[in-house]
Each structure stands twice: as structure tokens, then as C-alpha cells.
Design a binder for this molecule. Structure first.
Ligand code: FAD
Length: 311
């Protein structure tokens, strides 16, 4: 019984009408064959049992993982009959090169693209637009609209984008521009204090009258060192208590992981109570923590409408 691959705009609309959360998982293309095996043979099969509404696959700096990203997307859709969301960035690419990637994606049945600008190569310095390419992600959104046929997602930053010197509200105003250009849904950067998300959501919905889903991105932390590295790169704040606890647990891998599971569980419980339209899990290609959080949330029987199309 094959499940049809859907446009995510339809998925979010259907689930909004039923007041049910859209559950999604993010993976990245591994760099080693051991990583490939772990992702394709353990993590994706393990998490697919939770019937996610979709899975997303990141796109490496400058298109370095383009081929591999699409291969994983294809595997998710063909082997697991799950809808996939392919990330795409503007780094080191002309408009024509981006079009080629999009046509490849279309040819393998991809219906959903997360339109991103991407970071400067190596994560250092200011972003440099490629000649004949795009400077900001809203231009990629516009291009995707021109091409047609894709549901379009974009990134949102509850604490403001790290490079936006003018402050978070300016960054949120720019997100509104990106939405007006044709974005169907927004997935947020990870955050650890839900009040940051609520402030962002209030600004977007009440001040800017945004109606598209603003989906929180949640990361179950694995250990202190790793999360400090991530937050240094993306600018998210680690609450003091969390930082203190992770520092205390620094030498205890299992206890750190368990702390991350408990924290993410409580974070998700509160978000779901506060009416979020879905949760996007940053899985880090690991099964254990996300599986534990979903079980804690009683989302084991989550119905991602798996067989609806075949009934
Ligand atoms: C859910 C999610 C998934 C991600 N996946 C990937 C991935 O797969 N691969 C990857 O490389 N990176 C990924 N990223 C990281 C992302 O590429 C970086 O955060 C990047 O620095 C910004 O991308 P953006 O699409 O938000 O850029 P933009 O929307 O273009 O914004 C970038 C900066 O430009 C500013 N800006 C926007 N519009 C204007 C304007 N008109 N004038 C002046 N300034 C403007 C913004 O305020 C911001 O500071 C992801 C991020 C998130 C939240």
C-alpha cells in the first residue's frame, strides 16, 4: 500500500483543520559510509515507525552534498513512502545551477523545498552572493514560485538571525517579506527557551498578521560540548540552568543524553499545549533521543495519515 507523496502546504492545512500537530524529522547527509549505514539502516527505519508527516534532508555548504542529499530524499520517499522536504541553499550557485538541482529534484518526485540562503563557506565572514545567483533566500522563494509545482518552506529565527545587526524585529520583518514572496510554512532554528518562540510567534501573527505555520525546531541535546558548538554557530542562547547542568554532567555521556531527552520532552509538552502546529525534530541522525521524546509525549501512535491515499 503506497502512500502518496504530498505537498506540505496541504499537510499543514489538513492538520490545522483537525488541530493535530505535524511531526517531522530532519537528517543530514553523513560524511562516512558508517554514517550512511547508521542513517539508512537504523535511524530512518526506526523513526519511520512513528509515522512522521515528513522528513527533511539538509543541503551541505555550497552544494557539496547536493547529490547525496537528493539520494537520501529519494530513499525516504521510495523506500519508506514518506513525504520528504529537500533543503536547498544559494551558496556558490548561479540561478541556472539552482534550476538544474530543482529539475533533478522534480524528476525524482520531490514536491517540497526548504528555501535557504545558506551560510558563508566555512561559516566565516559575510555571505558573498555568487554572480548570477541569489543574495537572500526570499529571492530563491520567488524563483521557486516562478518554477511552480513545489510547496515552499523557509527558515525563521526566534532569537533573530545571528548576522542581523539591526535586531530581531528587523529580521522578523524580513521573514515576513520572505513569506509574502510565497513561503507556505516556516521552520525555526533551534531554541531552548519557549518564551523566545512565543514572542516571535506573537510578533509574526499579531503584529505582522502572518498566517502560515511557524513550526518550532527542537533539538534533544546530547552533551554540553556539542550544544555549545552549535549555538556558537547559530546564535541560539543556552539558558543558564541548562548550561550549568550540562557542565556538571560533562563526563557522563548517558546522563547528559537523558537530561537532553527530559528537557526536550518538557519543551515539546509546553509547545503542544500552546497550540503549535507541529514539531520539527533535529535528529542529528540519531534514533535514541528522538524516539525517547516521542514515547514520552505519547506520540508513538502518531497518525501521519500514512495509508489515507490507499484506502
Ligand atoms: C530549519 C533550518 C534548516 C536549515 N538547513 C540548512 C541546510 O540544509 N544547509 C545549510 O547550509 N544551512 C541550513 N540552515 C542555516 C541557514 O542557511 C543559515 O541560518 C543562513 O545563515 C540563513 O539562511 P536564511 O535562509 O534564513 O537566509 P535569509 O533569509 O536570506 O537571511 C539571511 C540574513 O540576511 C538578512 N536579510 C534577509 N533579507 C534581507 C534584505 N532584503 N535586506 C537585507 N538583509 C536581509 C536576514 O536578516 C539574515 O540576517 C538551516 C536553518 C534552519 C533554521
Amino acid at each position: 500500500m503506497a502512500r502518496s507523496i504530498e505537498h506540505l502546504s496541504e499537510v499543514y492545512t489538513r492538520k490545522r483543520k483537525r488541530s493535530e500537530p505535524v511531526i517531522s524529522f530532519e537528517f543530514f547527509p553523513p560524511k562516512t559510509s558508517a554514517g550512511d549505514d547508521a542513517l539508512l539502516e537504523r535511524t530512518i527505519p526506526g523513526l519511520s515507525k512513528f509515522n512522521p508527516d515528513y522528513c527533511s534532508v539538509t543541503y551541505g555548504a555550497g552544494g557539496s552534498t547536493s547529490e547525496k542529499s537528493l539520494k537520501i530524499v529519494d530513499c525516504i520517499q521510495k523506500n519508506y513512502q514518506l513525504t520528504a522536504l529537500a533543503h536547498l541553499t544559494c551558496v556558490n550557485a548561479t540561478r541556472a545551477e539552482i534550476e538544474v538541482v530543482l529539475e533533478q529534484a522534480r524528476s525524482i518526485g520531490v514536491k517540497n523545498i526548504l528555501a535557504l540562503r545558506g551560510d558563508p563557506p566555512g561559516g566565516v565572514g559575510d555571505f558573498q552572493k555568487t554572480e548570477g545567483g541569489f543574495e537572500f533566500s526570499y529571492q530563491l522563494v520567488e524563483f521557486l514560485r516562478e518554477m511552480g509545482g513545489f510547496s515552499i518552506g523557509a527558515a525563521g529565527f526566534p532569537e533573530g538571525h545571528i548576522a542581523c545587526q539591526e535586531g530581531k524585529e528587523v529580521d522578523w520583518d524580513r521573514l515576513k517579506h520572505k513569506i509574502d514572496a510565497g513561503t507556505d510554512f516556516v521552520i525555526t532554528q533551534l531554541f531552548f527557551d519557549n518564551t523566545d518562540y512565543y514572542e516571535f510567534r506573537d510578533y509574526m501573527t499579531k503584529k505582522l498578521a502572518v498566517e502560515v505555520p511557524l513550526v518550532p525546531g527542537v533539538l534533544p541535546v546530547l552533551n554540553g560540548k556539542q550544544i555549545k558548538r552549535f549555538t556558537d554557530m547559530c546564535g541560539a542562547r543556552i539558558p543558564e540552568l541548562m548550561l550549568k547542568k550540562l557542565e556538571e554532567l560533562e563526563d557522563d555521556t548517558e546522563a547528559s543524553k537523558q537530561y537532553g531527552i527530559n528537557y526536550a520532552t518538557q519543551q515539546c509538552e509546553a509547545l503542544l499545549k500552546n497550540g503549535v502546529e507541529g514539531i520539527h525534530f533535529y535528529t542529528l541522525n540519531k534514533l535514541f533521543s528522538v524516539e525517547a521524546v516521542l514515547k514520552n509525549l505519547n506520540l508513538e501512535g502518531h497518525t501521519g495519515d500514512r495509508f489515507l491515499s490507499s484506502i
